[in-house]
Every structure is written in C-alpha cells, then in structure tokens.
Ligand binder design. Structure first.
Ligand code: PLP
Length: 314
C-alpha cells in the first residue's frame, strides 16, 4: 500500500506550523478557540498554498519542467506563492491571471514585481481559455513546461492538507471542530480526507467564499487524493459540511467578514484577509452566536494566510 510518505515532495516551508489558543476570543465566544498558523508556512508571506506546492513543484521538477504556469485572479495568493516557489527552485514561473481584482502594482502584484515574475492578464472569465493559452505559450517556448491549476487544487495539491491533518493529529490536542475557507476546494478536501484518516471525532467545516458547487468539487478531490495514497476508505461527502459565507461575491468584502477581521485584529493582534480568512472566521462567529459549540468544545480555525492581498483591496 502507498502512503503519504511515498509521494515525492520538495521542502518549501517550515513545518509543523504552530497551534495557538486564542484566549480573548475563547472568553468572548464561551468555547475553546485555537488557531493553526498556516499563515506562517515560511515561504513568501506564508499561506496554505505552500503545502500544496511542495507536492506540485516536486512533480514539475521530476518531469524536467523549466517553466511553471499557473493562474488565478489578479491578487491570487496562490499565483504569487507559485512564483516564490519557482524562484527558490530555480525555475521560471509564468502567471496568466484573470483580469479581475486589483491589477495595479499593489499587494501580490507588488510582490510579483519584486520577484521579477512574468505576469500576463487575460480578459476572460473561463479558466479553460487560460489553460489553452498556457499550452500555446509552452509549445512556442519549446521547453518542458508544467501547468498548475487555479488554487493548486488537484488531487496532488490536496495531499498537502491531508498532511496538515496528520500534523494536527501529532500536535497533541483533540479538536471537536475544524474550520477552513473553501475557495478552490483543495484545502477543505485535504483536511476532510485527512480528518477521516487521522482525526476521528473532529468535524470538518468548509466556509465557502465563492459560489462554486463545493459539495461535488470537494468529494471528487477527496476521492482522487485518496486514490493517490491508496487510502481504502469509503467517502460519502458526509466527512465535511459547508456554510455559505461568500456574501456579495468572491473577493468582494462582506460585512460579516470585515467585522470578523476587525475582531481578530482587536482581540488577538492577528490579521486575517477580506477574501478568505475573514469570511471563514465569520462562520465560526455565526455558529457560536447560534450556540453550535459547548463551553468545553475545542474549535480549530485554520488560518490559511492571505497577507499579500490584504494591501490590495478595492
Ligand atoms: C487559496 C486560499 C484559500 C482557499 O483555499 P482553497 O484550497 O483554494 O480552497 C484560503 N485562504 C487563502 C488566504 C488563500 O489564498
């Protein structure tokens, strides 16, 4: 049988990331709230994409790729971290980004400029157009190239968060609830599969920050990732539940999300972002207000990063 350790991985981050208790927020919500600091993964400004990229970049390197393509919105944290990983590994990153969000030299665009990353904006709403353009450009370059999907969310990238669930299981505290943002679904899928394998008794909650069909996307990624590591567990979709925290739309700040971001800053001196983690943490606040947690429950919020985008909000 294959295990997680049999899948090739390149070291890009600093692990394990800390788990900390949020004293003031715990008191406020009358339950035990902890934070998994995946905003401190150690590459760029940190964030969840580092764990995925450890698997994806290993495969790119093994295949002899000289160029790595990826995509996302103009302020994609994933695209910026892919560029950072390419810098570290001596590969060339080309980002073909959707022309949506802040395209000016701020936030992640500024970081990409500092790294000398090649960034192309494409005026399309369909990622398929962008993947086709990657193939066209890659063939024209005449060198081996590797395509990473939006958010790094394929089966291989998902393994990064299976590994994170195992890491949490080794950090000593049993959790009743685990929360993360769901943007392209890989983080949630990895944590839900990982919890099925390593965290029995932990309920996994995906906080949707986009309007995609996450029920299907997440279950498909879980099944494909389970196949890669030959984890023979029945998966039904009941390994996670979903809460719609998107508000007015993807990458458009919501009132609830902005209030959650302020609360975290004021009470704990920690910064969330308006696109993902603010909205995800707002889900915990909403459920606490609905008395979803007992006073002794341990609730773990996975801070997935987003610092780059914090400085480029419309
Ligand atoms: C990409 C991202 C997410 C969402 O993760 P997915 O695996 O795409 O669902 C959450 N938070 C931050 C800061 C991100 O950059």
């Amino acid at each position: 049988m294959k295990t997680l350790e049999d899948i090739e991985r390149v070291s890009l981050g600093i692990f394990p990331t800390p788990v900390q208790r949020l004293e003031n927020i715990s008191r406020l919500l009358h339950t035990q709230v902890y934070i998994k600091r995946d905003d401190l993964t150690g590459l760029g400004l940190g964030g969840n994409k580092v764990r995925k990229l450890e698997y994806l970049m290993a495969q790119a390197r093994r295949q002899g790729a000289e160029v790595v393509f990826t995509t996302g919105g103009a302020q994609s944290n994933h695209a910026m971290l892919t560029a950072a990983a390419a810098c570290r590994l001596g590969m060339r990153a080309v980002l073909i980004l959707k022309k949506r969000g802040v395209t000016a030299c701020a936030g992640n665009q500024l970081l990409e400029k500092l790294m000398g990353t090649e960034v192309i904006f494409m005026d399309t709403d369909d990622y398929e157009d962008i993947y086709a353009e990657m193939d066209r450009m890659g063939r024209a370059m005449g060198v081996p190239y590797y395509k990473i999907p939006c958010g790094g969310s394929n089966a291989l990238g998902t393994l990064g968060y299976v590994r994170c669930a195992r890491e949490i299981s080794e950090q000593g505290l049993p959790f009743d609830h685990l929360f993360c943002a769901a943007g392209s679904g890989g983080t949630l899928a990895g944590l839900a599969l990982g919890a099925r394998l390593f965290l029995p008794g932990t309920k996994v909650h995906g906080m949707m920050v986009d309007t995609d069909p996450f029920e299907t996307i997440t279950l498909r990624l879980m099944r494909e990732a389970a196949e890669l590591i030959q984890a023979d567990v029945p998966l039904t979709g009941r390994e996670f539940d979903l809460l719609d925290m998107c508000g007015p739309g993807y990458a458009i700040p919501s009132e609830e999300g902005t209030a959650a971001l302020s609360l975290m800053a004021e009470k704990e001196g920690l910064f969330l972002d308006p696109v993902y983690t603010g909205k995800a943490f707002a889900g915990i606040l909403r459920m606490a207000a609905e008395h979803a947690f007992a006073p002794e429950d341990r609730v773990l919020f996975v801070h997935t990063g987003g610092a780059g985008g914090l400085f480029a909000v419309k």
